[in-house]
Design a protein around this ligand. Structure first.
Ligand code: GDP
Ligand code: MN
Ligand code: MN
Length: 251
């Protein structure tokens, strides 16, 4: 398997045709997986906003005031408002905002970015990243597209790429029923392939001013494995999330 960045992409602006920009720069093959950083999907879809567009509700002001107290830095209540508007559930309101976005992804600040946004204050995640992936895929000779974001994780320091949307492929390979090297049957292993590919692509894309938001994965083979739709957990089966609901930050 090889990964390479699509060269010479410009600064992306609202209305840009990402698929055409990609097509013009690489000869894609049908079995390529094209990984696109959510940042540029959001820019193309006009998801950049100014803070002034999020007048703060009393709840947002309360949240920001609490966060300001804890951190000692002034937190803008309009930012908290933007996070609330993007979210269906607030899982942690301190010492940072952890929410479920409208499309099922759980992340800090609803994935709202303040870096790599030249003309505005905020860049929201795409509204429905799998639909974005499908729109891009429909205009490419490649059959599979993943929309990625850089995301922190619990239990470990540091961030890595995850898949927030995908098209043309199942998110996971289901190994259950296959055998390990001793012939013992695998009982629980469902391998989330889109996150694994997103992490590898994110490694090539980098985080700063490198200008490499699109990475092609070439010669990745699914192999002879069953497919699984498993990606975002449902609340009922998510015990960590349930535990968070009963927890509160004690500064
Ligand atoms: P995220 O991981 O989706 O939040 O995106 P990042 O802000 O980390 O950016 C990922 C990569 O895309 C980095 O190499 C950035 O330099 C690059 N990047 C971000 N925006 C643009 C853009 O508008 N044009 C180009 N060419 N590169 C960009
Ligand atoms: Mn991001
Ligand atoms: Mn990133």
């Amino acid at each position: 398997m090889d990964l390479f960045a699509v060269p010479d992409l410009p600064e992306i602006r609202e209305g840009d045709d990402l698929a055409a920009l990609i097509r013009d720069r690489v000869d894609l093959r049908p079995d390529d997986v094209v990984c696109v950083a959510s940042t540029v999907v959001s820019k193309a879809e006009g998801r950049a906003f100014d803070l002034a567009e999020f007048p703060a509700s009393p709840r947002a002001r309360e949240i920001a005031a609490h966060l300001s107290d804890i951190s000692g830095d002034e937190k803008d209540p309009r930012f908290a408002q933007a996070v609330l508007e993007e979210s269906t559930e607030l899982l942690m309101d301190a010492p940072f905002l952890l929410t479920e976005t409208r499309f099922g992804h759980i992340g800090v600040n609803a994935g709202i970015d303040r870096s790599n946004v030249p003309d505005d204050d905020l860049l929201l995640l795409p509204k429905r990243p799998s639909e974005s992936a499908e729109r891009i895929r429909a205009e490419l000779p490649a059959d599979r597209v993943i929309v990625t974001d850089t995301c922190g994780r619990p239990f470990r320091h540091g961030q890595r790429g995850v898949a927030i949307g995908w098209a043309g492929m199942s998110p996971a390979r289901d190994w259950r029923g296959e055998a390990d090297r001793d012939g013992r049957e695998l009982g629980v292993t469902v391998e989330n392939v889109v996150d694994e590919l997103a992490a590898a692509a994110n490694l090539v894309a980098g985080e700063g001013d490198g200008g490499n938001p699109v990475v092609v994965v070439r010669d990745f083979e699914w192999g002879d494995h069953a497919e699984s739709d498993a990606h975002f957990r449902d609340v009922e089966g998510d015990f960590v999330r349930q535990a968070l609901r009963g927890w509160s930050f004690d500064a």
